[in-house]
Write a protein that binds this ligand. Structure first.
Ligand code: SIN
Length: 284
């Protein structure tokens, strides 16, 4: 890509995963060269942080169309009232049992219980705690590449059944309201190793909250394998930990990352971010 064709700067945040972009105002329309450069940057860096934005919910919705089509949200309970296509992440909501709900606490990839899961998720920081509340990512390309050859051979070709909430999940998810409750009764089958449609790289595709079984394996075979893959993947060397700055827009690639939130700050300090997802492809 010819650097002169677009005006933003890009610098790596970490050796294998994040990059930060400066010098672009997403509240304004972007031209074709900038759109292409942003999308190329997102293929090259599965976590992209666009600094110094101040977007209302409708502006955020409009701006993110630069990366693709909006994925319809599953749980309308978290819709932002003035712009329901945008949801929020907040530490101020409670679960049905009255406990504080920190959305996304525990490694996962978004909506893998969908036939065609979202390729990306985007957050825009509106209000942050003084410290803490980082988002952690693990790079599942790097994790796959580092697997022993015999493990690669074992898992290439395996498929897993994903549901809204796996009976093995250690994390509780909120109930889905009304019509959407049907989603919780469905299951889909996805490969355990998927190939990214743009980079062509292979990534381990697991989800501790959603995988209900590995097709063709007994529970006694599947659970240790899933544990082994998770333990391998979340090693520090495959992680990037994003420390939020006010105004950050962070887009990440669900096809080659796991991510998790951290509720490691006083509950009285509000953490509030706008959130949306972008439509993806059927994993192959
Ligand atoms: C999420 O899992 O989508 C939330 C991540 C975060 O709040 O850091």
């Amino acid at each position: 890509m010819d650097q002169a064709a677009f005006s933003f700067s890009i610098e790596p945040l970490w050796k294998h995963t994040g990059a930060a972009i400066r010098g672009i105002d997403l509240s304004k329309p972007v031209d074709d060269a900038t759109r292409a450069a942003l999308n190329q940057a997102f293929t090259d860096h599965p976590v992209l942080c666009i600094r110094d934005q101040k977007l209302s919910a409708p502006e955020f919705l409009e701006a993110m169309k630069v990366f693709g089509e909006i994925f319809p949200q599953h749980n309308s309970r978290f819709a932002v009232p003035e712009c329901p296509a945008i949801h929020y992440i907040s530490n101020q909501d409670k679960l049905e049992d009255g406990s504080v709900y920190i959305p996304g606490e525990g490694y996962h990839t978004d909506h893998s219980n969908d036939e065609v899961p979202p390729k990306a998720t985007v957050l825009h920081a509106v209000k942050l705690p003084k410290t803490g509340g980082d988002t952690q990512f693990v790079n599942m390309y790097e994790a796959y590449d580092a697997l022993p050859a015999d493990t690669k051979k074992r898992i290439d070709g395996l498929k897993a059944r994903h549901v809204y909430q796996s009976r093995y999940s250690k994390r509780k998810l909120p109930q889905l309201p009304g019509e959407k409750a049907k989603i919780a009764t469905k299951s889909v089958i996805h490969p355990l190793v998927r190939t990214h449609p743009l980079s062509g790289r292979k990534a381990i595709y697991i989800n501790p909250i959603r995988i209900e079984e590995i097709i063709g394996l007994s529970e006694q075979e599947a659970l240790p394998l899933l544990d082994e893959l998770l333990e391998h993947s979340i090693q520090l060397k495959f992680q990037y930990r994003h420390k939020w700055n006010s105004g950050d827009v962070v887009i990440w690639d669900n096809r080659c990352l796991l991510h998790k939130a951290n509720g490691d700050y006083p509950v009285a300090e509000v953490r509030y971010l706008y959130r949306l997802m972008l439509k993806g492809e059927r994993p192959v």
